[in-house]
Design a protein around this ligand. Structure first.
Ligand code: SAM
Length: 396
């Protein structure tokens, strides 16, 4: 069969008839190199000018697009390494980053495109020997500074370095083909903590690391490598799968404190389930009905969401506050509690921007709540719109 050659354009703009087969692997224009070292449809491609300071990819032709691969420009201001923070040997954790001044909540530590992108399927399916050869070739193609940063990462082989440092990224879209491992060598110097002071977000392949609380000078900068709301035992297991025994302050705290933290995490999960059920008016799950729960207990009330926020803050989940703040803002608005609604909405806006950025789904709604809670759809939904209001419209 013959395949049409696909133009070097973003995927979504390609013709439906534009396909690739093993026999017809696309050659991108200079300064791209490749396809090289192909294994079936996966090949090494490289561009010394793409991404932050050069990019190599191990992927199918499908995932090459102008969109993903053009250089990142006009990024936000990052902190200065060696000035705002520095590298140091952290007992039991290898190298880590330490704040050299107070770093304020919302400051961007690093914003980077990847140095290496490897499609997830070959990472699993290409035989290890072949894979190592491809990975080494991909790293060899990087400009020397970037290669140096890549090789400074933990791991004995290039394969090992990918395993221990990569993030899951999706190349312009969320199709199964678009899942890649992304390596950001500077970000790789940030150690894990279960209650980190930084949070990262990925926008296409751009990786942004941001402070989620004020960080005093001398404190280590940390990210969580796993889902932070798992109980301690499960977190330890996941991190062992990552290849290390976690020694962050949460993982080595006394048993009683660890048990209290696990208890709070369970309370958070229960409360979230209850709040979501009450807000979506789904029927009571059988076990709750069986416990004789009454209709009156089932009304959403401000106390529930205030409690949720308090638990998140007590648990120091600074990188996951957007959702509880947004819920708290809405429910307080529903009860006509203007100051509280506005206060939570302001916090929700900040947290949404840190955690997701401008494309955060709830951002417009929360901004409207900050602007004028009385004109928001949720305003007094639970208590009737008027009660002495100016518009004389009574709902009950
Ligand atoms: C992405 S690297 C972080 C930077 C690394 N420390 C270095 O020297 O380049 C991940 C590795 O750092 C170490 N590490 C990170 N967080 C840790 C933690 N909380 N406890 C123990 N070791 C940790 C582990 O060896 C892990 O495989």
């Amino acid at each position: 069969t013959t395949h049409h050659r696909c133009p070097f354009t973003p995927l979504q703009d390609r013709q439906p008839s534009c396909e690739f087969g093993d026999a017809d692997i696309y050659t991108p224009p200079a300064p791209w190199t490749g396809p090289e070292h192909c294994s079936t449809e996966y090949c090494v491609y490289s561009n010394p000018h793409a991404s932050h300071a050069g990019l190599s990819m191990i992927t199918t032709t499908h995932n090459l697009s102008d969109d993903t691969l053009t250089a990142n420009s006009g990024l936000e201001i990052e902190l200065k390494p060696g000035i705002d923070y520095y590298e140091a040997e952290i007992p039991g954790k290898g190298i880590g980053l330490i704040a050299n001044r107070t770093i304020y909540k919302g400051e961007i530590i690093l914003q980077r495109g990847p140095a290496l992108l490897i499609q997830s399927t070959p990472h699993v399916h290409v035989p290890p020997d072949r894979r190592l050869e491809m990975y080494e070739a991909a790293v060899d193609r990087l400009p020397s500074e970037t290669r140096k940063h890549f090789l400074r990462q933990v791991g004995d082989t290039v394969l090992d370095k990918v395993q221990r440092n990569a993030f899951r990224v999706f190349v312009s879209g969320n199709g199964t083909d678009s899942a890649h491992l992304g390596v950001f060598p500077e970000v790789s110097k940030i150690n894990h903590a279960c209650r980190p002071n930084l949070h990262y977000r990925l926008n296409n392949t751009t990786h942004t690391t941001i402070a989620v609380r004020d960080i005093p000078p001398g404190e280590e900068l940390t990210l969580t490598y796993i889902y932070a709301k798992l109980p301690l035992a499960e977190r330890l297991t996941r991190l062992r799968d990552w290849g290390f025994t976690c020694t962050c302050s949460q993982c080595i705290q006394p048993t009683s404190a660890a048990a209290a933290s696990d208890r709070r995490l369970r309370q958070i999960a229960d409360l979230e389930r209850e709040i979501d059920q009450l807000m979506s008016r789904r029927p009571l799950p059988p076990h709750m009905a069986a416990q004789g729960m009454k209709q009156a207990d089932r009304e959403i009330r401000p106390g529930l969401v205030a409690k949720l926020v308090e638990l998140y803050e007590r648990e120091e989940l600074w990188g996951s506050l957007a959702a509880p703040y947004a819920k708290a803002a809405l429910v307080h608005a529903m009860f006509g509690l203007e100051e509280e609604a506005r206060g939570y909405a302001e916090k929700a806006v900040g947290a949404l921007l840190r955690e997701t950025g401008e494309r955060a789904k709830d951002l417009p709604s929360m901004r409207r709540l900050v602007g004028d809670p009385r004109r928001h759809w949720a305003w007094r939904l639970k208590v009737g719109r008027d009660e002495g209001g100016e518009n004389g419209h009574i709902r009950y």
